[in-house]
Design a protein around this ligand. Structure first.
Ligand SMILES: Nc1ncnc2c1ncn2[C@@H]1O[C@H](COP(=O)(O)OP(=O)(O)OP(=O)(O)O)[C@@H](O)[C@H]1O
Length: 262
């Protein structure tokens, strides 16, 4: 049986506009797969299909060979976690509490009862706290556990958002433009972190990365899928994608369009 996520011939239309057209791709367990493409190519729509925010008009998804009908509130239970553009952290909670809140549904019940000091929740809370601290430590930000997210630099907040997603012990992590707003050093560190995710000692997870930042995608992905006008125009290893004429054409076309619009 094929392990991992697969999209089979996905089509999405918004009125008369075809946002995704016959898109197929795989994210095998243990792999980092990138989705790139010029503005409007369909990357966010693809992400939204996998998260269940957008229901495809045609095609199907599968997880470990079984049919998958994603719903945003059930993703965690399926072993899928995501980070969104921006960090989306809870401003009123500490870093540690934010990460504890990302744990799975059973644990989250523990977290909520702990938050409201319900009886019998101490053991759950200690277990959750240990788990969350372990992830903060793994991501090199344990020193910020008791800080309010708003007091921290953006790059650290991004890591907290990643830690919160990992707290749910996902087998697949969806990253939506994680390099947005980061400088070159932060991006290099993020690349190292992403490469580490499928090799974690506990709970290794595959990654689907939707990203504009080409250097990051080229340096972390095992495979890259290139979208243009909603269609897959190339799939391959970073070296193959870098040299593919269709990819250069798509980006060049987009650059020319932007220039003439300006
Ligand atoms: N909810 C929507 N209703 C109508 N059209 C939409 C909707 N969402 C996206 N589109 C259109 O679908 C196409 C694909 O958009 P999408 O946001 O998926 O592209 P993208 O590759 O993520 O672009 P960017 O890199 O600019 O974020 C675009 O033409 C966009 O205008």
């Amino acid at each position: 049986m094929e392990q991992g996520l697969a999209l089979h011939h996905i089509g999405v239309r918004f009125g008369g506009l075809t946002a995704l057209d016959d898109v197929s791709l795989r994210v095998p367990s243990g792999a980092v797969v990138g989705v790139i493409g010029p503005n409007g190519a369909g990357k966010t729509t693809l992400f939204n299909v996998i998260c269940g925010f957008v229901t495809p008009d045609s095609g199907a998804l599968s997880l470990d060979g079984a049919p998958l009908r994603p719903r945003p509130h059930r993703l965690t239970r399926l072993g899928i976690a995501r980070t969104l553009q921006g960090t989306g952290l809870f401003a009123g909670l500490t870093v540690l509490e934010n990460v504890m809140a990302g744990a799975d549904c059973t644990a989250r019940a523990g977290f909520l009862s702990a938050l409201f000091a319900l009886p019998g929740s101490d053991r759950d809370e200690r277990r959750l706290r240990r788990h969350a601290l372990g992830i903060l430590d793994e991501l090199g930000i344990a020193g910020h556990a008791h800080a309010a997210p708003g007091t921290l630099p953006f790059a650290v907040r991004q890591r907290v958002a990643l830690a919160r997603a990992l707290a749910a012990r996902p087998r697949l992590l969806l990253l939506d433009e994680p390099a947005g707003g980061l400088g070159a050093t932060d991006i290099a560190e993020l690349a190292e972190l992403i490469r580490h995710l499928p090799r974690r000692d506990e709970h290794p997870c595959a990654v689907l990365l939707v990203e504009h930042h080409m250097d990051l995608v080229m340096s972390v992905c095992d495979e890259i899928v290139v979208l243009d006008f909603g269609r897959v125009i190339a799939t391959g290893a970073p070296d193959e994608i870098r040299d593919a004429p269709a990819v250069a054409d798509a980006y060049l076309g987009a650059a020319v369009d932007e220039e003439s619009a300006a």
